[in-house]
Design a protein around this ligand. Structure first.
Ligand code: ADP
Length: 344
């Protein structure tokens, strides 16, 4: 650009000296030249971004065209309202091709009564997330099956199964929409638009979120940043809990929902979770054993197998893996009070 300008200036000055152009002509020409170059310079700047956008667009098309591994079975029915009795029978599952030495879950069985609180604990890579993925039918077992209220979940449509399960993950996904819409989104199946302000507020109160929401610039109408970036981690989790509460599903899955929060936020989120899971069959994955020690039942999963099961007290008395891990964590962290899961 600088070279081009120098050449134009040199030739322009020559023309002025020869009397073939006035200094005014040169000035106007020079100004137009600069104006014309600007968009060209910007275009060059954006070509990199345009190439990236095209690549992303192709990736989106690939994803949209991907046929999901799990689909509605032939003759799948709309699930009736669940009571929440869940039975996992001899479930084996492997990612990719089946190889018994590589299985993520190996002949796993358990029974959860309606309203029971089940903590899923154990070392990383043991199979905890895989187990809850099977409840949601993100994958189907290679052997065995999952039954809800006595029926194999493959009998039901995916949508009607998943509508009856609420999920709160470690890093909940919020949208760049109003707080209200982010909460109402929990009520799937076209019901989101019919949710009243009272229902939104009740869910937010249950989730310990009403107070901070009313302090936001536009209250429930405040538009959140991309992925909820304008809120703290604890606030995002409380909106996610309000969203789960609106769904009022009989089954709740919690996957490390308090991990990464400071102790004050963790207490507020734990309290909200206790309310959310009241009388719901709950599966709470946690690496922090203190958080879930009041659960009705612990499943200690390692290498795809349930190696220990029972209440916290029973497993401590047993003095094996769970007890060792608990003592190790108790030494490393010092909480004055354990968080309660649905205290009586
Ligand atoms: P946890 O939740 O207890 O940390 P996971 O269920 O995530 O354990 O993982 C169980 C096993 O399955 C691990 O060996 C892990 O590497 C493997 N695994 C998990 N997700 C995938 C995946 N999407 N593809 C392939 N292997 C996976």
């Amino acid at each position: 650009m600088a070279v081009a300008q120098a050449v134009v200036l040199w030739r322009g000055v020559q023309l002025v000296l020869m009397g073939q152009a006035t200094p005014g002509d040169l000035l106007v020409f020079f100004t137009y030249l600069k104006v014309a170059f600007k968009p060209m310079r910007q275009l060059a700047k954006y070509t990199g971004q345009i190439a990236k956008a095209i690549a992303s667009g192709e990736r989106i098309i690939d994803l949209l065209e991907k046929v999901p591994d799990v689909r509605d079975s032939k003759g799948a029915q709309i699930a009736p309202a669940f009571r929440g009795d869940i039975c996992c029978e001899n479930v084996t599952f492997a990612y990719g091709s089946y190889d018994s030495s590589q299985s993520a879950l190996r002949g796993l069985s358990f029974h959860a009564q309606p309203g029971e609180q089940i903590a899923i604990v154990g070392p990383s890579g043991g199979g905890k997330s895989t187990l809850v993925s099977l409840l949601l039918r993100f994958y189907d077992p290679i052997e065995g099956g999952v039954r809800i209220d006595g029926h194999d979940i493959r009998e039901y449509t995916l949508a009607s199964l998943r509508q009856q399960i609420s999920i709160v993950l470690q890093d909940s996904v919020l949208f760049s929409a109003s707080v209200r819409d982010n909460i109402a989104y929990g009520a799937l199946g076209g019901k989101a638009k019919k949710i009243t302000d009272e229902q939104i507020e009740a869910a937010a109160r249950l989730a310990n979120a009403h107070e901070f929401i009313t302090q936001l610039a536009d209250g429930y109408e405040t538009i959140l940043g991309e992925r909820g970036s304008t809120l703290s981690g604890g606030q995002r989790q409380r909106i996610a809990i309000a969203r789960a509460a609106i769904r009022n599903a009989p089954i709740v899955i919690l996957d490390e929902p308090t991990t990464g929060l400071d102790s004050v936020s963790e207490a507020a989120v734990s309290e909200a979770l206790n309310r959310l899971t009241q009388n719901k069959t709950t599966f709470w994955i946690s690496h922090n054993l203190r958080t879930v020690q009041q659960a009705d039942k612990m499943l200690y999963i390692e290498q795809g197998r349930i190696l220990e099961r029972g209440t916290h007290t029973e497993l401590m008395r047993r003095g094996d893996r769970y007890a060792k891990l608990y003592r190790l964590q108790a030494k490393a962290t010092e909480y004055p009070q354990p968080y309660l899961l649905n205290p009586a």
